[in-house]
Design a protein around this ligand. Sequence first.
Ligand SMILES: Nc1ncnc2c1ncn2[C@@H]1O[C@H](COP(=O)(O)OP(=O)(O)O)[C@@H](O)[C@H]1O
Ligand SMILES: [Mg+2]
Length: 358
Amino acid sequence: MIESRWVFDDAYPTDILHRHEELNALSRLLKPATVGHRADDVLIHGPSGVGKTATARRMLRDLRQRAEVSSALIECSGKTGNEILHEAIEKYPKGTVVHRNQPRVELVATLEKIVTEPLIIVLDEADVIPDLEVLKDLFSVDLISVIAITHSNTEWLNRVDRDLRVHFHGDSQIEFDKYGVQELVDILEPRVEHGLTGDPTQPGQLERIADETGGVARWAIKSVLSAAELARERNHDYFYNDDVADSFEHAMQKIRKANLRSLPLPHQRLYEIVRAIGPVSGGEMKTTYREHKDAIFEGRGHDSVTWRRAWDYLSKMDDYDLIKMPGDTNAKVYEAVDPELEAPVEFDLRETAEISSE
Ligand SMILES: Nc1ncnc2c1ncn2[C@@H]1O[C@H](COP(=O)(O)OP(=O)(O)O)[C@@H](O)[C@H]1O
Ligand SMILES: [Mg+2]
């Protein structure tokens, strides 16, 4: 039934379908790099699972093949500004070995010295970078440009230093929307062809998957894999309708778990709070946050944040389908979507309340 699980992986290299406009915009902004100049900066934004990372990755691979353009994709979750600079140096092809705990100015000086051809740095999941000062450091190096990938453009830009916002003005923003049903079916077909043995799907099933997953490619792709897993478990030779029906939650559970694991520690602790106290009102959430703030940010490299910024953390977890919260959705309260799902952290609410009140 399953020929290759890798085909269903986020990092599986693939042709990008139905993103012509987005690819053209990206290509236009990055073009200066193909003739030795600094590329324009880009802000890619949109919901989780709609091809933001895959599209950027694909574009950079093409560019590297066509021109002397270097790029580094940095998964920002849980990384400090210093760690991001450090990774940029390590990933630069002419990079040198530097110590992780070198001061910021020295890391920037190293970048200035070694970057002699255009370098495009992708800051993936840039909304969870705790301190956006790192943008200033990156922009201070002549040939470095940035592609920031975020959930919401406005929330993120609000956190960017006023002087730096021009880097991500209107024309440099590329929005990624959810796919239409037929578009998503086209995206699913090659996965079925290369990832499964024979074609175990029945007419109309891919359309159903594309429809029920609301145009979110990751969910749809993982649902196909889940349907195959369920069919195999149940000794079916092909997808029964029940396998497809059960695939959505099966896939979503795995996605939620992976999303939660990918988040920085303070986000995970905050998630544990929502899980423990939800469903609660906004007011109660805010009060509880303040009570446990010290515990949430305990440890090296975590600076505690205001409630406004904690709200961004929560909103990221909403985008990741980990919690429901008042805001864009119809929810009236804060609560975990799946209260059974635990974050991989030791965090006991009663103990932390004592710690913070000490
Ligand atoms: N247009 C597309 N064509 C082919 N595959 C796609 C497309 N968009 C998304 N995918 C696939 O969907 C999955 C999720 O995409 P990803 O780029 O990781 O989403 P995001 O970064 O927006 O959360 C990946 O497996 C990716 O290859
Ligand atoms: Mg991504």
